[in-house]
Structure formats: C-alpha cells, structure tokens
Design a protein around this ligand. Structure first.
Ligand SMILES: Cc1cc2nc3c(=O)[nH]c(=O)nc-3n(C[C@H](O)[C@H](O)[C@H](O)COP(=O)(O)OP(=O)(O)OC[C@H]3O[C@@H](n4cnc5c(N)ncnc54)[C@H](O)[C@@H]3O)c2cc1C
Length: 358
C-alpha cells in the first residue's frame, strides 16, 4: 500500500513527490510521458513583479527563499545547476506603466528587487526602449526540462514513477483507500495540470487554461559581443538569453485553444514582436516553436487542498504562468497539510470554493 498516488510528473507533481519521499512517505507518481506537460515547454522565468502593473504577492520573499533553497538542494543532489539568477531589464510598453512603477520605490519590502531606472532610448542593453524602463533584481530562470529529467530518474530509482495514463473511469476513490489498476494508496493527489478541469472530482474548480506559444532562437555566427542582450528583456514580450548563443522568446496567451500545437499565427506574432524589441533582430534565427497550456485559474491563485466530499482525493494545481516561482514554496505547504494537517494558506486553499462539490 502506498501513502500517495500522484497524478502528473510536471513541476508540481515532481516537487511534491520529492518532498513527501524525503519525509518518509511511500509515493507512486503516474505520468503519461509528459503528453501535456506545460513544465516541459516553459522557459522557467522567475519574475517577482508580475504583469504590466508590476504586482507582487505578499509572500514574495518566502517564495524567493524557497526558490533558492529548493533548486539549490536539487542541484547539489543532481550535481547539475538548475537555477540561474539573471537580472531583468523591464521595458515600459504603455505610458500608464510610469504610474504603476511610481508606487514601487515607496514599498520597503520590495526595495531589493528594484535597480536603476533608465530614460527613453537609453537602455543599458541592445534593445529598443522608446518609453524607458528599469532594471529588476532577483529574477532568473529554471532549466525545467533538465530538472524534470533528473527527478524522473530519482523517482525511478526509488520505484516511485510509472509511465501510464490515469483513466478517471478506472480510478476508484473509496472511503478507506484509492486504487488505480492495482496500485492501492491511502490518498491520491492530482498534479495533472490543466487537464484537471475535466476531472470528475475537481472539475468544479475555476480553471482558466491559458495556451501559450514560445520560440527557441540561436544567434547567427556573424553576431559580435554586445549586439544581443545578456540580461532577461521583458517588455510586451520577453527574451531570455540562456548561454551558448541560445535564446527563448515568449510567450503568447490564448484562452480558447487547449492543445500543445504551435500555430503559424503564434510564431509570426512572436517574431514580429522581436523586431520591435531588439536593435539587431536579424542576428537571431528560429530553431524551434512549441506550445503548451498553462494551468491558470480565474482568480489567479493556485488550487491546493482536499475534496470536500472525498477526503482521500487531493489537488495541487493552478500555478498558471508562475510555476517556477510558486511551486517550491507551495509544495512545502501542501506537504505539511497532507502529513500534519497544518492549515493551507487561505488564498490558495480550495475551501474558498465551499462545499458545493461535496
Ligand atoms: C508557453 C509557456 C511558457 C511558460 N513560461 C513560464 C515561465 O517562464 N515561468 C514559469 O514559471 N512558468 C511558465 N509557464 C507555466 C508553467 O509551465 C506552469 O506554471 C507549470 O509548469 C505547471 O506545472 P504543473 O506540474 O502544474 O503542470 P504540467 O507541467 O502541465 O504537468 C502535468 C503533468 O500531468 C500529466 N498528466 C495530466 N493528466 C494525466 C493523466 N490522466 N494521466 C497521467 N498523466 C497525466 C501531463 O502529461 C504532465 O506531465 C509557461 C507555460 C507555457 C505554456
């Protein structure tokens, strides 16, 4: 008998399984070979001041601390780095953003996130910045595919990962135990990304799946030092330099499509955006286009907790566009909830949607 079956080996299922196993729990992760893993497509950018309004969450420093400790600990185990801190150049792309920026320096708790401002057309990087902008600290990115490959190996070594599709019709959730194709456990945790919206148990939660496309680009041999950015650039679109002349460019948002197929329209929209972002866009060439579906929610908060009518069914999901930043901290909270019954953060607890599904 397992303690937990975990459905999904994206970043959410992987980090939760890693923590539960480190606490001595017997876990089996069931994943269909990353068939719909947004974690395998994501650039893994960490940005504590989100969106055009530069908003931040009250727990931002706890999130950043969990980012540092979790990915560093994993890197030590893997003997391979996963987290790369890299400053971000934030470019205003609408005049109202001056107003949104103006309230930031007054907030003591985020002073360490803010760097220099720069005036219009004088950016410290080879980008076009007609409205100016500012530098941000404590930003960076996580190499998610490498991390998930390491965690898949780590789980397999412990007989804790099976490649299979969990068929909701075949998953039995009883009062005393759960069972899927002969694997019995005391509970099941759904970390299945946006497909959770079709779950007979958690489909009542307000998922708002957000399809996104993203490109991989390579610098051409004629590019000279200083002609392309070496910081993360974030304006209407973002560009991430990943070293060795490789870049990622993203990302689109579409609430109507729910698949992981890139489209011609998405690719050309991103490439057009790059033309207005860079001083030397001709020095980059496209090598790959990908798409995935972010497990976003209508209130933009994650979904953690236990089903009101099925105490053996749990959910750990809803990380939208910010999984790399949020999952390290929330996986600790979820682990404590499962093992010790310690209360979940109220803003993330699915109890906020009441007992309507009971
Ligand atoms: C284009 C794009 C760019 C992004 N960029 C960033 C970024 O820069 N920074 C950032 O933090 N986030 C980014 N994200 C969001 C990020 O991908 C998510 O926040 C995070 O990865 C979600 O992880 P997850 O484990 O919850 O879901 P997923 O990674 O989707 O994992 C779910 C897993 O469950 C499996 N699964 C589902 N149903 C079943 C079933 N029935 N049986 C078996 N297996 C099943 C899936 O195949 C998958 O492997 C981006 C997303 C996209 C699409």
């Amino acid at each position: 008998m397992y303690d937990y079956l975990i459905v999904g080996q994206g970043l959410a299922g992987s980090l939760l399984a890693w923590r539960l196993i480190n606490h001595g729990k017997k876990v089996l992760v069931l994943d269909d070979g990353h068939a719909s893993a947004s974690s395998m497509v994501a650039a893994g950018v960490i940005n504590p001041l989100a969106g055009r309004r530069f908003n931040h969450a009250p727990q931002i420093h706890e999130w950043l601390e969990a980012v540092e400790t979790t990915y560093t600990q994993l890197a030590q185990q893997a003997k391979e780095p996963f987290l790369q801190w890299l400053d971000m150049l934030r470019l205003y792309h609408a005049p109202e953003q001056y107003r949104f920026y103006a309230r930031l320096p007054e907030q003591e708790e985020i002073k360490d996130l803010l760097g220099e401002r720069f005036p219009s057309n004088e950016p410290p990087q080879p980008v076009q910045a007609p409205l100016g902008g500012f530098t941000q600290h404590r930003t960076g990115y996580v190499r998610l595919p490498a991390l998930l490959r390491f965690l898949a190996r780590w789980l397999r070594e412990r007989q804790a990962l099976q490649t299979t599709t969990v068929d909701h019709e075949k998953l039995e959730i009883h009062t005393e135990y759960v069972c899927h194709e002969g694997w019995q456990a005391r509970g099941v945790v759904f970390c299945d990304g946006y497909r959770c919206m079709h779950s007979p148990w958690f489909g009542y939660l307000p998922f708002a799946p957000d399809q996104g496309e993203i490109l991989t680009l390579r610098q051409k041999p004629e590019a000279r030092p200083g002609q392309l950015p070496d910081m993360i650039i974030n304006g209407a679109q973002w560009l991430l330099p990943m070293g060795n002349g490789m870049f990622r460019l993203g990302a689109t948002h579409n609430h109507h499509i729910q698949d992981n197929q890139p489209t011609e329209e998405g690719v050309s929209r991103l490439l057009q955006g790059m033309e207005t972002l860079l001083k030397n866009p001709q020095l980059l060439e496209l090598t790959r286009s990908e798409a995935g579906v972010r497990p976003a929610t209508s209130d933009r908060q994650p979904l953690l907790g236990t089903h009101p009518g099925y105490p053996r069914a749990h959910v750990f999901n809803g990380f939208g566009a910010h999984g790399s930043l949020m999952i390290p901290w929330y996986s600790e909270q979820m682990c404590r909830w499962l093992i010790q019954g310690r209360a979940l953060p109220a803003t993330a607890d699915i109890a906020r949607y009441g007992n309507e599904a009971a």
